[in-house]
Ligand binder design. Structure first.
Ligand code: IDP
Ligand code: MG
Length: 151
């Protein structure tokens, strides 16, 4: 099983899409193993977006991510990192395919509704960044979701 981090960004909260997006993950068969609302601040965002701090749009990204509280979600499933990235699709929502979260809920490159970890290694780091010990849970998976050899 893999674990990955999703952040419902201020754009999702402002436009009241949180429930619909969480519902997509549940319908797919991905398991929510942790969820909370939190206000992000500059320190954690500089860490989380360290690969972008020198880009000209970084100040705007910072403002956007601090504009409202976000909802952070820990998600578990077989190949969960890849599956969630596929459900998320391209960074620019205008290029994301219909049927995907960014493709269905947004029109912007920056205000692109959700964050999703891009590798198993980063997912582990990011889950530790946003969830304290004891905030991620282990509980039984529904029957008929996987074959015995997959799960
Ligand atoms: P990702 O979210 O698809 O993994 P990253 O390249 O990691 O994309 O960028 C992180 C976030 O920074 C994006 O989700 C988006 O909100 C913002 N961003 C990335 N590139 C641009 C850009 O060219 N203009 C404005 N915002 C951007
Ligand atoms: Mg990224």
């Amino acid at each position: 099983m893999e674990r990955t981090l999703v952040i419902l960004k201020p754009s999702a909260i402002a436009r009241e899409h949180a429930g619909e997006i969480i519902s997509r993950f549940e319908k797919k068969g991905l398991k929510i193993i942790g969820i909370k609302m939190m206000q992000l601040h500059e320190d954690i965002l500089r860490e989380h977006y360290a690969h972008l701090v020198d880009r000209p749009f970084f100040p705007s990204l910072l403002n956007s991510m601090m504009a409202l509280p976000v909802i952070v979600i820990g998600i578990e499933g077989v190949e969960a990192v890849t599956v969630v990235r596929q459900m998320t699709d391209a960074t620019n929502s205008r290029k994301a395919l219909p049927g995907t979260i960014r493709g269905d809920f947004g029109m912007s490159g920056q205000e692109n509704i959700i964050h999703a970890s891009d590798s198993v290694e980063n997912a582990e780091i990011e889950l530790k960044r946003f969830f304290a010990d004891g905030e991620l849970f282990d509980y039984p998976t529904k029957k008929f979701l996987y074959s015995p050899d997959e799960a």
